[in-house]
Design a protein around this ligand. Structure first.
Ligand code: PLP
Length: 423
């Protein structure tokens, strides 16, 4: 077969874009070469519906070993009692959990998307808001912190069957014990979606949801630095027989209900090439090298937050406990949309983001979200964060000055040339 040069030229172009720029999108990271190698391996050829050693296809003896290693490493990394490594993405992991524990029309309580939550936590444009009846809690306007009082009030009033915590744009830690206590008052289940901070949680830099939340989901490609994908886990509640009764009256363990909700509930064949890449990434995340990395992610986020505040930028909640921060640009007289476009011209990639109580639409927004997971993988340290904040500030102040943005782009490219993506 002739090599498809059109696509490979575009892949090379994308590699150059990643190589040259400062990547501040909080949900992105750069995987290791071995993770990428596994993701592009012959395993993509294999069908393996079912679970290890219980498949609907022949020839699965090798992928059975690989998937078992991935499961065991995920359990070790998060100190989980049970894991399913098959979800194709974070949204798929959440879809499986909701299918497993809810009936259509059941009430759910999630963190408001416009305050930093995720689409799959009840947004009306997502299956989670269409098939179930969503209620929301948000942050306090003054502090930017989760309004736990509101969470409790809505939970006690509406009695949702499931409470979801976790976020896409929240820079502080969560009080999982409090949320579980609220859930216990109404007999609700708790799902913690730790997609963003899972790497920090795995290595003990943030509170652990597994002792408190019935089910935990995560993506594998953000701070965890694995291939794009999802993961579902259970901790302390694994042993609880709070499963469904089968027609014969037997209690089914929730883990088995969750397994069935992934396949055949919401997915077909698992992506064994991605599962192999997940296994490698989990192994990497257990290493001392990753520990140094994730500690640096947090140090860099703190350094960046301090530098932004020193330049008069308003951070929601005033700072960060994790790898990201949400910047409210209202006082800087620039929209999130224009900020994203301007920084893009200087090869600094961010995403526009609604801020809590935003008066602008999601297409314009008043803020941007930035994170340090990717640039830390490039080897950048605290002193570089100060430099990056200077570059951001210069670009935003001079957003109409094309020649200055061009100069800033050269500075960005020179900085990143010192930190090659794949040496
Ligand atoms: N959950 C949260 C909290 C997220 O931030 C994201 C992605 O940004 C997802 C779920 C969905 O992950 P995916 O894009 O892999 O479906």
């Amino acid at each position: 077969m002739k090599k498809d040069q059109v696509i490979f030229d575009l892949i090379n172009k994308e590699e150059q874009r990643q190589e040259n720029g400062i990547e501040l999108i909080a949900s992105e990271n750069f995987v290791s070469k071995q993770v990428m190698e596994a993701a592009g391996s012959v395993l993509t050829n294999k069908y393996a519906e079912g679970l290890p050693y219980k498949r609907y296809y022949g020839g699965c003896e090798v992928v059975d070993e690989i998937e078992t290693i991935a499961i065991e490493r995920a359990k070790e990394l998060f100190n989980a009692a049970w894991a399913n490594v098959q979800p194709h993405s974070g949204a798929q992991a959440n879809a499986a959990v909701l299918l497993a524990v809810l009936n259509t029309g059941d009430k759910i309580l999630g963190f408001d998307l416009s305050h930093g939550g995720h689409l799959t936590h009840g947004s009306p444009v997502n299956f989670s808001g269409k098939l179930y009846k969503p209620f929301f809690y948000g942050v306090e306007e003054q502090t930017g912190l989760i309004n736990y009082q509101q969470l409790e009030e809505v939970a006690l009033r509406e009695k949702p069957k499931l409470i979801i915590c976790g976020a896409s744009a929240y820079s502080r830690d969560w009080d999982y014990a409090f949320i579980r206590a609220v859930a216990d008052k109404i007999g609700a289940l708790v799902l913690a979606d730790i997609s963003h901070p899972s790497g920090l949680i795995a290595r003990g830099l943030l509170k652990d949801p597994l002792p408190h939340c019935h089910i935990v989901t995560t993506t594998t490609h953000k701070t965890l630095r694995g291939p794009r994908g999802g993961l579902i886990m259970m901790g302390t509640d694994f042993e609880n027989p709070w499963g469904l009764k089968t027609p014969k009256g037997e209690i089914r363990m929730m883990s088995s209900i969750l397994d069935s909700a992934v396949f055949p509930g919401t997915q077909g064949g698992p992506l064994e090439h991605i599962i192999a890449a997940k296994a490698i990434a989990f192994g990497e995340a257990l290493s001392d090298e990753y520990m140094d990395y994730i500690v640096q992610v947090k140090k860099n986020a703190n350094a960046m937050a301090d530098a932004l505040v020193a330049k008069g930028y308003k951070l929601i909640s005033g700072g960060t406990d994790n790898h990201l921060m949400l910047i409210d640009l209202t006082n800087k007289n620039i929209t999130g949309k224009l900020a994203e476009e301007t920084l893009g011209k200087a090869d600094i990639t961010v995403n526009k983001n609604m801020v809590p109580f935003d008066k602008r639409s999601p297409f314009v927004t008043s803020g941007i979200r930035v994170g340090t997971a990717a640039i830390t993988s490039r080897g950048l340290k605290e002193s570089d964060m100060l430099l990056i904040v200077d570059l951001i500030d210069d670009a935003l102040i001079n957003n109409a000055n094309e020649s200055l943005l061009e100069e800033l782009r050269t500075k960005v490219n020179n900085l990143m040339a010192k930190h090659p993506l794949y040496k």
